[in-house]
Write a protein that binds this ligand. Structure first.
Ligand SMILES: NC(=O)c1ccc[n+]([C@@H]2O[C@H](COP(=O)([O-])OP(=O)(O)OC[C@H]3O[C@@H](n4cnc5c(N)ncnc54)[C@H](OP(=O)(O)O)[C@@H]3O)[C@@H](O)[C@H]2O)c1
Length: 236
């Protein structure tokens, strides 16, 4: 997948990692970048095409696919974290995370799959999270939605292979955006995450591990749960 000359669409493009991805796409010579956002008036980067898109609104998703019918690279970045606990958290928060991160992305993929096919196959980049791989008290609603998105990413990769669409999943830990404001941990820069992600897409990689924590958690996937969650051993 060559970014130069491609036509890209980024969801959640008005801030954070989405905005950094739009900036990097323009820098790499994409011929057109649709910067999709719930409030397109917030798009502040020059040389891009603002597009109204709430990924949980099926009519807006269908309209975006009609308008951006020349898309060759779909970047599913839009996401939400309500920091909800599964057992005691508000179900509305847990549903919003699943509706946005999983069903919203799925709806966007379904609308754009025929567009990508018509334009020669193209590529999809899904922005996941290491929380798909780790139970963590304050992010489990979010983690479940990202685990669903991980399964979606693997599933659509298989389903879209016959039409020649490359599907890349981006794994990342903590990045300095509004989503992580107030959480005091070391954070990556959105610009660095965007560069790693697009390097991976251009190299044809199916998974990008954007930082050391993502690499460590990927390596731990084959461990026994007792090793990953020592705090629960003997607690029951
Ligand atoms: N920051 C991190 O440490 C981190 C780590 C792992 C994964 N991620 C993932 O990276 C992606 C970008 O997050 P970020 O860190 O840049 O967070 P952010 O600054 O909070 O940005 C989230 C973006 O998603 C958009 N969005 C939320 N719900 C939407 C909807 N229904 N339709 C369309 N857009 C919607 C927001 O739009 P509004 O401005 O309209 O709210 C905003 O543009 C997300 O998928 C997130 O889960 C982030």
């Amino acid at each position: 997948m060559h970014i130069e000359g491609s036509v890209a669409l980024v969801t959640g493009a008005n801030r954070g990692i989405g905005r950094a991805l739009v900036h990097e796409l323009v820098k790499r010579g994409a011929s057109k970048v649709y910067a999709a956002a719930r409030r397109p008036e917030q798009i502040d980067l020059p040389g891009v095409v603002p597009l109204r898109l709430d990924i949980t609104d099926p009519e807006q998703v269908a309209e975006a696919a009609r308008i951006a019918a020349d898309t060759t690279l779909l970047v599913n970045n839009a996401g939400v974290s309500r920091y909800s606990k599964l057992v005691t958290g508000d179900m509305a928060d847990i549903r919003q995370e699943m509706n946005t991160n999983y069903f919203g992305t799925l709806s966007t993929v379904r609308a754009f799959a025929p567009v990508l096919a018509a334009n020669g196959g193209g590529a999809i980049l899904n922005v996941l999270s290491v929380m798909a791989w780790l139970g963590y008290e304050h992010s489990n609603g979010y983690g479940a939605s990202k685990a669903a998105l991980w399964a979606l990413t693997n599933g659509i990769r298989v389903e879209l292979a016959p039409q020649g669409t490359q599907v890349t999943g981006l794994m990342l830990a903590s990045t300095d955006t509004d989503m992580m404001a107030g959480i005091d941990v070391p954070k990556n820069r959105p610009e660095d995450v965007a560069r790693s992600a697009l390097d991976g897409v251009e190299a044809g990689r199916l998974e990008v591990l954007a930082d050391a924590d993502s690499i460590a958690l990927k390596a731990a996937l084959s461990s026994d749960p007792a090793e990953i969650y020592p705090q629960v051993v003997g607690a029951a």
